[in-house]
Design a protein around this ligand. Structure first.
Ligand SMILES: Nc1ncnc2c1ncn2[C@@H]1O[C@H](COP(=O)(O)OP(=O)(O)OP(=O)(O)O)[C@@H](O)[C@H]1O
Ligand SMILES: [Mg+2]
Length: 451
């Protein structure tokens, strides 16, 4: 801790509670002052400056929301931690939306409060730095590898630079190819966790039991074949970020286990006796309607709310066509870097116009693939739309052999059929699995093994 002890205001109309917390903070390197209720808190905030505030939410007359508002008005960077009784989680989440740094559900361990306080104060330092940087550049054309200058992307950068500094879970929502993985990386590498690992896992790609030991690890001998203990991705991502891609596909039992991990910041390996505490920021991503999955009881509501604290919607490309020229230029430049020495290739104005007008159901990924293909197939310097004939564009999956014709092994037929279904879903494996009535993990496995 720095030479100067951070000064914390502890607010609770239960003055015994406030004093207990203040005592503990005092013993942990803080200077703590108590306020017995909202009015006293407002007076204290006017009287002197604090580095952080911990406040109860439900108080008579002046409540925690008022304290939060007053503190933010006075100093928007000062972290405010909210204490709340179980059962008022909704208002705690509301408080987070209004700018609270964290919430603690009563009863909580005093050590936990200290930990959150320490982290929030560290975040505060970073946020001030970020804001200074932000003021230097008014309009940005990119953020951590993300390209785009549309209003919706500008809003996204602004949100990301604030979110990156914090540790709360993030939920990324957006169609396939809108850049969810890229955004997850931007959050990790744009924040204080950048030096620790970024780990990504696709929840649809593995069957339940494998996924469980992949995520949480397993003890030696936990099941047949577990000859060695395995750390698991939570431990690998410790102090860093874990991207749970396709979170909508997480099997229900693992949803329960993930919720426990989020609530206690601890995990228990499969077959292991002891819990292990981990400090991992969760970024969950999905291209499906999670709220609908909650309605259909396929996704736990409590987990949904836990992840939904900071939802980030990634706009489809068709809603921000003004970004297309920038993206195309970016992909052209990258192509040139990869093919150094080869004659330069360009996208002419007519092709650009065509690119801007397309519907892009596969979003940036589809645009990226199309530009690559145009450049690769260009005969001269200029890319030509005629090169995008349907055959060249997407090699058709091998036709299905007619029934009653040539006899092929079942696995070959199966593979061809799956490929054909994938071509119908635009490569969306989760959707293809739904149509086929099988687990998405089966498709991933089949493709990985080249069956
Ligand atoms: N704003 C952007 N700027 C530059 N490249 C982008 C942008 N958005 C997406 N891309 C590129 O598009 C491709 C798809 O992005 P990404 O894998 O992040 O999408 P996704 O939303 O995770 O898709 P899916 O739901 O299919 O997993 C990547 O190659 C990524 O680099
Ligand atoms: Mg993805």
């Amino acid at each position: 801790m720095t030479a100067k002890k951070p000064r914390v205001l502890v607010v609770d109309d239960d003055s015994e509670m406030a004093e207990m917390i203040a005592d503990h903070l005092g013993a942990s390197g803080y200077v703590a002052e108590c306020a017995a209720g909202g009015n006293a808190a407002l007076a204290a905030l006017r009287r002197r400056s604090f580095d952080a505030v911990i406040t109860d939410l439900r108080m008579d007359e002046v409540d925690g929301f008022d304290v939060l508002r007053a503190s933010l008005e006075d100093d928007p960077a000062r972290p405010v931690l909210i204490m709340t009784a179980y059962g008022t989680i909704d208002s705690a989440i509301d408080a987070l939306r209004r700018g609270a740094a964290h919430y603690l559900t009563k009863p909580f361990k005093l050590g936990e409060a200290c930990l959150f306080l320490e982290r929030s104060l560290a975040d505060r330092g970073l946020r001030t730095e970020n804001e200074q940087l932000r003021r230097l550049v008014d309009e940005r054309f990119g953020f951590q590898g993300l390209i785009g200058k549309s209003a919706s992307m500008q809003q996204l950068y602004d949100l990301l630079s604030r979110v990156a500094a914090a540790s709360a879970p993030v939920l990324l929502l957006g169609e396939s190819g809108t850049g969810k993985e890229l955004v997850a990386r931007a959050i990790h590498f744009g924040g204080p966790r950048a030096k620790a690992p970024f780990v990504a896992v696709n929840c649809a790609a593995l069957p339940e039991q494998l996924l469980e030991s992949e995520l949480f690890g397993h003890a030696r001998g936990a099941f047949t074949g577990a000859t060695e203990a395995k750390k698991g991705l939570f431990v690998e991502a410790n102090e860093g970020t874990l991207l749970l891609d396709e979170i909508g596909e997480l099997p229900l039992p693992l949803q329960a286990k993930l919720l426990r991990a989020l609530e206690s910041s601890a995990i228990r390996p499969v077959g292991g006796a002891a819990e292990r505490s981990v400090d991992v920021r969760i970024v969950a991503a999905t291209n499906r309607d999670l709220a609908a999955a909650v309605q259909e009881k396929r996704f736990r509501e409590d987990l949904y709310y836990r992840l939904h604290v900071i939802p980030i919607h990634l706009p489809p490309l068709r809603d921000r066509r003004e970004d297309i020229p920038l993206l195309v230029e970016h992909f052209v430049r990258r192509y040139a870097e990869r093919h150094r020495g080869a004659p330069p290739r360009q996208i002419g104005a007519d092709v650009m116009k065509w690119l801007i007008d397309q519907p892009w159901p596969g979003n940036v990924r589809e645009l990226e693939n199309t530009v690559e293909r145009l450049l690769l197939l260009a005969r001269g310097t200029n890319a030509d739309l005629r090169d995008l004939s349907p055959v060249a564009a997407e090699p058709a999956p091998e036709a299905l052999p007619p029934l009653g014709g040539e006899i092929v092994p079942l696995r070959v037929m199966q593979r061809r059929y799956v490929e054909w279904v994938l071509s119908q879903t635009g490569g969306n494996k989760v959707r293809a699995a739904q149509l086929l009535g099988i687990d998405a993990s089966t498709i991933y496995r089949m493709l990985a093994r080249g069956e």
